[in-house]
Design a protein around this ligand. Structure first.
Ligand code: F6R
Length: 364
């Protein structure tokens, strides 16, 4: 059942190159993203002036990354709303609003309620769902399925990266269909996405160093994840993954926010996972890392190949294969998943079924 792996979570982490290809490749026609087989017409994208992404937990974190990609390519406002909050607000929705719901199970009660409310208020609705024929899939006007296959471990891994890939594909097709992106540029972006998938094997093979780091952090009480831009969105995911299965308290911070309060919690030996994959804010990240290192934090630095980092600012350094800023979340997510996995493992916990949590949250 576990295909030779000790846990479903590890199996599912390792399945990501395959689950991503299964999700992306059927949507490639003549080198362009194509949703004909998904019955999503280009006409859907015309007349959309605003996008709201709503979801829970890890699926919501995928939305945070999707927002940045959609806004970059479409230049229309995208907001990300926690479904359990959104549904009790009085959201401003009109015909020009596209509501994207994201859910692995397709059964999350709050996400389903947010979707129903959006429909009532006249939004066009599209869902990114893993489970075929689930309630959220059935309620949505359009569905873009992640073909991640069954995800058994409570901590979501391959569904998350598959959700990211669908959001990227959607951004590409939307931008291309509305004339915001030229054909050649669209082909190039899709190639970059496939390149991101192809580097995952290399990251998966770095699991020994990640396991070593997990042994260093497993008895700590608090841990911080910091980053800027996409790395901040990814920090949120790294933090939830770690806390849900290792039971270590952790928080994600936009690196620039540290000095507005959180830095007082960073003391000797406190682990700080610093994601610095975004070239355009790299020097700013390095100054933030210096700030935490000056407090003797235990720094785990994640950068992309060819990026200089002086050895005095980190304790461990994980180097990702060369990749454009926009695509770094894929390999970086794998690092964070492995860190959470090994930390839980070395604490002797039930990796696949953490206490108090369920795979499908059908209660409100
Ligand atoms: C965390 C995790 C949860 C789910 C959330 C939404 O690893 O799995 O945060 O992402 O409960 O579930 P779905 O995607 O089924 O709507």
């Amino acid at each position: 059942k576990k295909g030779g792996y000790p846990h479903f979570m590890l199996k599912e982490i390792h399945e990501q190159p395959e689950s991503l290809r299964n999700t992306i490749l059927p949507r490639v026609q003549n080198k362009l993203p194509d949703f004909t087989a998904d019955n999503i017409p280009d006409s859907l994208f015309h007349g959309i002036s605003r996008i709201i992404i709503t979801a829970c937990g890890t699926a919501m974190h995928a939305g945070l990354i999707g927002k940045m990609m959609l806004e970059k390519l479409l230049r229309i406002p995208v907001s990300v709303e926690v479904a359990s909050e959104f549904r009790y607000q009085d959201p401003i929705i009109d015909k020009g609003t596209l509501v994207i719901t994201i859910s692995q199970s397709g059964e999350t009660a709050d996400t389903l309620a947010a979707l129903k409310l959006s429909k009532e208020r006249g939004a066009a609705t599209l869902s990114i769902v893993n489970v075929k024929g689930s309630s959220i899939a059935r309620e949505s006007d359009y569905v873009l399925y992640t073909h991640a296959g069954p995800e058994i471990a409570v901590a979501s891994t391959k569904a998350y990266t598959a959700q990211l890939s669908c959001l990227y594909l959607l951004a590409f097709r939307f931008a291309y269909a509305t004339g915001k992106m030229e054909k050649d540029a669209c082909i190039d972006e899709l190639q970059q996405l496939l390149h991101a998938v192809s580097v995952l094997e290399e990251v998966l093979s770095q699991d020994k160093i990640i396991e070593e780091i997990s042994i260093q952090v497993k008895d700590k009480e608090d841990l911080f994840f910091i980053g800027r831009g996409l790395d901040y969105a990814l920090s949120c995911e790294g933090s939830i993954k770690l806390k849900e299965i290792s039971y270590i308290h952790s928080e994600a911070y936009a690196a620039g926010e540290l000095k507005h309060g959180t830095l007082s919690l960073v003391t000797e030996g406190v682990p700080v996972v610093a994601l610095a994959t975004q070239q355009k804010v790299y020097s700013k990240m390095i100054s933030n890392i210096r700030e935490v290192k000056a407090r003797n934090a235990f720094v785990i630095l994640v950068t992309v190949e060819d990026q200089e980092a002086e050895a005095s600012i980190y304790d461990y350094h994980i180097v990702l294969p060369k990749i454009k800023d926009e695509y770094a979340p894929f390999p970086a997510a794998v690092v964070l998943q492995l860190l959470a996995y090994y930390t839980s493992l070395h604490r002797g916990l039930n990796v696949d079924q953490p206490r108090n949590l369920a795979k499908s949250v059908t209660v409100e």
